[in-house]
Design a protein around this ligand. Structure first.
Ligand code: CA
Length: 226
């Protein structure tokens, strides 16, 4: 039974979500604070978190940022505002979906189902894993049986992307993976590493495009294009 954590300070909204999700066969837990959500996720990890942006202690965005330091759990934001900026910020910091209030609880339940379904195949290594061979001990990656001559940063970037096929990583998240502090100009740093990485991959397969660009969001590894 999938376990859903609801983080929402308005009881009426939380109640409708609890009802709709339980009717859909999920177990639920409800907290009103971002800090409580972080504690819960450490104690009993949920399969998905529904996270209100306007919370009494720390915002949903900040909660998500802190959450991402230790958990890859899917996050669906609830927002009172319908702003493109919110949506982009939400996705940038690692949310999987975004719902604007007022919403239909049944629609939220349907989206939760869709996210959980999308997550399920991640447990198994992608079929295209055979195209890339990752040797973390030797810090070596082979592509179509050809060892790639990668810099340390390129290796870490590609490893990060390969480990979660289809997931869109923001430049900030990729920078985290490199262990480099986010600073002015960091977007260009990632872009230039990706550019040189792609050039090396093209030497092996000129028509393939395993690293996909998502405008305004970041990059992902697509086994379908490898
Ligand atoms: Ca709220």
């Amino acid at each position: 039974m999938p376990h859903i954590l609801i983080v929402e300070d308005e009881a009426a909204i939380a109640d409708t979500l609890v009802y709709a999700l339980q009717a859909d066969g999920h177990s639920t837990e409800w907290v009103t604070l971002g800090s409580a959500a972080l504690d819960k996720q450490r104690q009993r990890p949920a399969d998905l978190i529904i996270l209100d942006i306007g919370l009494p202690d720390i915002s949903g965005f900040e909660t998500c940022r802190q959450l991402r330091r230790f958990s890859e759990v899917p996050v669906m934001f609830l927002s009172a505002r319908d702003g493109e900026i919110d949506r982009v910020v939400g996705l940038e910091i690692g949310a999987d979906d975004y719902v604007v209030k007022p919403f239909s609880p049944r629609e939220v339940a349907a989206r939760v189902r869709a996210i959980l379904k999308r997550m399920a195949p991640r447990a198994e290594p992608a079929a295209a894993a055979t195209l890339f061979q990752l040797d973390t001990l030797r810090m070596q990656i082979s592509y179509r049986n050809q060892p790639l001559a990668l810099t340390r940063h390129e290796f870490r970037l590609l490893q990060c992307l390969l480990e979660q096929p289809q997931r869109v990583f923001s430049r900030e998240q990729l920078l985290d993976a490199l262990g480099v502090a986010s600073d002015v100009g960091y977007e260009r740093t990632i872009d230039s590493h990706i550019k040189s990485l792609r050039a090396k991959l093209r030497l092996v397969a000129s028509a393939a495009e395993p690293i996909q660009t998502h405008r305004g969001l970041g990059y992902s590894y697509s086994p379908d294009h490898a």
